[in-house]
Design a protein around this ligand. Structure first.
Ligand SMILES: NC(=O)c1ccc[n+]([C@@H]2O[C@H](COP(=O)([O-])OP(=O)(O)OC[C@H]3O[C@@H](n4cnc5c(N)ncnc54)[C@H](OP(=O)(O)O)[C@@H]3O)[C@@H](O)[C@H]2O)c1
Length: 363
């Protein structure tokens, strides 16, 4: 059995202004790395072989020159890009992880990663992949741990159930609704007995929302000259819950259409991520927060990691019995990762964008 392997790596070449391009990143051929720990790593280190990588919008703000404190540190030009992924443990001195285990969590955009403390606290052992599927039940693909069973899924769960506090019969609007988080929020809202409308950026995505994910209604925001009027058409009685993924003009239009005591979970503002400080959209209708007594609350998934076991136990039966539909957009090979990431900011992904890096014996 080989004791070393070639480790290709994707690095950030330079800080990004405006929209990211493939040239901002580079795939380096890399050198030989040992497939076992050498012994001089910090105690609790884990050496992994990366199998799947997740492309996430939050990676764009990390590509900007750090101007102010953020909850997540900027990438360092010349260094490997980090992100969520699914990996096989090759060697470990971490008490909870052993060679052969599968994990999801923070890793590197490379073939093999050495994860050292404190980053190891973001590695979660995968326990349900490979469970025998019961009669009429669906198996749980390993790739799901980049999305519905990983950071994306917990984000949708926390944002909708904990922040929005939905009640049966309430009206829910979701933007970027066909994406990784949005497709889940819409379906969680249906499970909760809500009326759900989504917006997305193409006819194909709108069809997906209505015909695959079970949204009650959907519209293509790019074809609506007046977003506030589109929302009035879909919600004649107003919106109780807005799951905010995009910001900008959509947020302003939503504020005009919220009902009294409505809740807005601010999950992301992707329409603003590629704009410089002076270019970002102003929110003009903020007075609605007062007049309608709205609750507008931002949140980040890492604050809620302790809810993962609860979330996993809740969502697995819905995956297995087919209640939840889940669409992935899979790019193949580490070399395709930069293009796949950039595609998020042009709406090229349909569903959860991920990259398959290597085959695994369990698949
Ligand atoms: N708070 C947290 O902890 C947390 C965790 C995960 C994600 N998020 C946030 O959640 C949001 C969705 O993330 P995701 O992973 O599910 O991504 P995603 O929706 O799968 O992909 C991004 C989508 O955003 C839409 N988009 C891109 N540029 C846009 C623009 N200028 N205006 C409107 N829509 C635009 C595109 O869809 P269309 O074709 O429909 O335009 C694109 O496909 C992001 O804002 C992300 O930052 C937050």
């Amino acid at each position: 059995m080989a004791t070393t392997a070639t480790n290709r790596r994707v690095i950030l070449k330079e800080y990004v202004e405006g929209y990211p391009r493939e040239e901002h990143m580079e795939l380096l051929p890399g050198g030989e790395v040992p497939l076992r720990l050498k012994g001089d790593e910090p105690a609790g280190s884990v050496l992994v072989k990366n199998l799947y990588l997740s492309c996430d919008p939050y990676m764009r703000p990390k590509m900007s020159r750090p101007l102010r404190e953020s909850y997540t540190a900027a990438f360092v030009p010349g260094s490997v890009i980090t992100g969520y992924g699914v990996a096989r443990v090759l060697d470990s001195t971490h008490p909870g992880l052993a060679a052969g285990d599968l994990v999801w969590g923070l890793t590197g955009w490379e073939d093999y990663s050495l994860v050292t403390p404190p980053a190891t606290k973001f590695l979660v052992k995968i326990t349900h992949h490979g469970d025998p599927a019961g009669e009429g039940q669906r198996p749980v693909p390993l790739s799901y741990y980049t999305g519905i069973l990983g950071m994306t899924g917990l984000t949708a769960y926390v944002g909708f159930h904990e922040i929005c506090e939905p009640k049966k019969g309430e009206t829910v609007f979701v933007s970027a609704a066909s994406g990784a988080v949005g497709q889940l929020v819409g379906q969680f809202a249906k499970i909760a007995g809500c009326y759900v409308v989504g917006s997305a950026g193409s006819k194909e995505k709108v069809e997906l929302l209505k015909n695959k994910f079970g949204f009650d209604d959907a519209f293509n925001y790019k074809e609506e000259p007046d977003l506030a009027a589109a929302l009035r058409r879909c919600f004649p009685e107003g919106i109780d819950i807005y799951f905010e993924n995009v910001g900008g003009a959509m947020l302003d239009a939503v504020l005009l259409n919220m009902r009294v005591h409505g809740r807005i979970a601010v999950c992301g503002l992707i329409s603003q991520y590629n704009l410089a400080d002076g270019e970002r959209d102003a929110v003009r209708n903020l007075a609605a927060v007062i007049s309608k007594r709205l609750r507008l609350q931002g949140f980040i998934e890492p604050d809620h990691k302790h809810l993962y076991p609860q979330y996993e136990a809740w969502v697995l039966p819905y995956i297995r019995d087919g209640t939840l539909a889940y669409v992935e957009d899979v790019a193949h090979g580490l070399e395709s990762a930069p293009k796949a990431l950039i595609g998020l900011f042009h709406g090229r992904n349909v569903g959860k964008q991920l990259v398959r890096v290597a085959d695994d014996e369990s698949e």
